[in-house]
Design a protein. Structure first.
Length: 557
């Protein structure tokens, strides 16, 4: 019942579209060779419309070819099936006029204007959707929240929703690797100034230059000195806490305004960016919605030029833009690929109603056990050094279960509760969970981060399985004092086969040469966090009074 490929493609290049403030955006329009009216799909990003159609081979993302931004989707697939595809450059990039600033309000308003312009063209039937992954997906939420009348549905594929927590700062730790890696993909020719009084901006810059961690990283420090070097990293460095800068650019502050059907897709291994975003959107958006979590064809990330799951996108838009009953709304709302068994499964809610929340306690001799700790268990220690030589092993503690006697499924959100003392006023907590095979090989399941000075919780937003940190201020740690650190670990679905073990690694830093379990360029770029500059001893406690533990979502099988 899906639309069949029966049209040839015609194109109109470099169309100039006037925005509400007079700025002209550039777009390419691909449409069927017919005089009829068709629904349209808008792809809108900072990566240049012209790059989207370069004749590059399909290749893993963020390769040295620089094809990470080719994410607008397969034009031929949709246009041949009766859709118009419009690919536009956001203001200040590519061939568009104006000034660029990462997901600015003007950029969001331009998206509204583009949708309404498209709907008024003679080749459009008045129904508009949006197409694309990552940046192309994130902007979909922001445009939808403005409620353009002719935007009827969206499909955010791999789309973060919280710029602070999911892009710039993981657990309050600056993720400088992402801006370093990402900024070269943006053909920005004019930068829009920050909407901040000059005196306030100068104060923010001076505060960043005094930050000891930034002073230890020359490239980050130089970016603070010379914003033109990397405007994206500059913005993050001078905004170390969550606040208006991030709220303007984050979909999670606008979920209540999104009222159109939304299909959400991410992959289990996108912990540092898009995975938490789609779960946040699924809980926050009150409209017809679907959620699918998968592992992409490329393993670590979707291959570019991106064209995965277009059959599902077609089912979605045939239903909402063409009025064809494709059956997609008759299926349960959640579809997940369970790792370990590689089986697809439908679910009706998240977390799963049948979850058995189970504590696994950190014990002496680095054991992870369902049995709580006993008296007189001595604390475990590791010392994090701020500058490791390339190839050096990162200091860490490893807590491991005994081999499971039967298959054990963990599906849902997870949390780690640590009772610990530090020898300094701050540190970075980085926690990883692995599935250890019988031959000793391991597979990364999930990750969590928390800066110790950001340990403050918002009790009104926290759940035992998902602690919520406001990240609006830093509270230094009193050296030697035992504090509780509640660390959110990203959602997962994994079956630990009989004979396998679950291993928890706790450390104070990551390293570009120590990619956690996969070793792709994408992961190295997203696991480069600003290190704590002081050598710090970490003591972890596990006694009846201080029960450090993992809270796991066990699923009866």
């Amino acid at each position: 019942m899906l639309s069949e490929p029966k049209y040839k493609i015609e194109v109109q290049k470099d169309v100039s579209i006037v925005m509400r403030d007079g700025v002209r955006l550039a777009a390419d329009i691909y449409y069927p060779d017919s005089t009829g009216k068709f629904p349209a799909l808008l792809s809108y990003s900072c990566y240049s419309k012209d790059v989207q159609k370069l004749p590059v081979p399909r290749y893993p993302s963020y390769s040295r070819m620089g094809n990470g931004g080719i994410e607008s989707g397969n034009t031929e697939y949709f246009v041949s099936r009766g859709y118009v595809h419009v690919i536009a450059d956001v203001r200040g990039t590519g061939l568009s006029e104006g000034g660029y600033r990462f997901f600015s309000l003007k950029e969001q308003q331009d998206g509204y204007d583009l949708v309404e312009w498209i709907a008024g063209q003679p080749w459009c039937n008045g129904n508009v959707g949006m197409l694309g992954m990552s940046y192309f997906g994130m902007i979909q939420y922001l445009v939808a929240a403005l409620n353009p009348p002719h935007l009827k549905a969206i499909f955010p594929y791999e789309a973060a929703t919280d710029v602070y927590r999911q892009w710039g700062y993981h657990g309050g730790i600056l993720n400088y690797g992402m801006p370093f890696q990402w900024w070269p993909h943006v053909p920005a020719h004019t930068i829009e100034p920050l909407d901040v009084p000059r005196s306030e901006l100068e104060r923010m810059i001076e505060d960043a230059k005094k930050n000891e961690d930034i002073r230890s990283h020359p490239l980050v420090y130089l970016t603070v000195m010379i914003p033109e070097k990397n405007t994206h990293l500059f913005d993050f460095a001078i905004h170390p806490h969550d606040g208006p800068y991030y709220w303007e650019r984050s979909a999670h502050t606008k979920f209540d305004k999104i009222r159109i059907p939304t299909y959400l897709v991410s992959r289990w291994n996108c912990w540092p960016l898009h995975l938490p975003g789609v779960f946040s959107a699924y809980h926050g958006i009150n409209a017809p919605k679907k959620l699918m979590i998968m592992i992409p064809e490329g393993g670590s990330a979707p291959i570019r030029p991106w064209n995965e799951h277009h059959d599902i996108i077609l089912r979605w838009y045939d239903h909402w833009l063409k009025g064809v009953d494709t059956g997609i709304m008759n299926e349960p709302p959640i579809k997940i690929l369970v790792q370990g068994t590689d089986e697809w499964r439908y679910e009706n809610e998240w977390p799963l109603a049948r979850t058995k929340w189970t504590k696994f306690y950190l014990r002496e001799k680095e054991i992870l056990s369902e049995a709580p700790p006993t008296h007189n268990e001595q604390p475990d220690r590791f010392t994090n050094k701020p500058a490791l030589w390339p190839g050096a092993k990162v200091p860490a503690l490893q807590y491991t279960t005994t081999p499971f006697t039967e298959d054990v499924e963990i599906t849902g959100p997870l949390a780690l509760y640590l009772y610990a003392s530090l020898s300094t006023a701050d540190t970075n907590w980085i926690s990883e969970i692995f599935d250890i095979d019988t031959d000793g090989s391991r597979r990364l399941i999930t990750i969590g981060w928390l800066k110790a000075s950001h340990r403050e919780l918002d009790e009104t937003k926290s759940q035992p399985y998902q602690p919520w940190h406001p990240h609006t201020r830093s509270i230094p740690v009193e050296p030697g004092k035992i504090n509780e650190y509640a660390i959110e670990l990203k959602e997962t679905a994994n079956v630990f086969k009989a004979g396998h073990r679950l291993q928890l690694i706790i450390k104070g830093q990551d390293a570009a040469w120590e990619s956690p379990g996969i070793g792709q360029e994408y992961f190295r770029g997203n696991h480069c966090h600003l290190n704590n500059t002081k050598e710090t001893e970490h003591q972890l406690y596990h006694t009846p009074e201080f029960q450090s533990h993992l809270l796991l979502p066990l699923i009866p099988r």
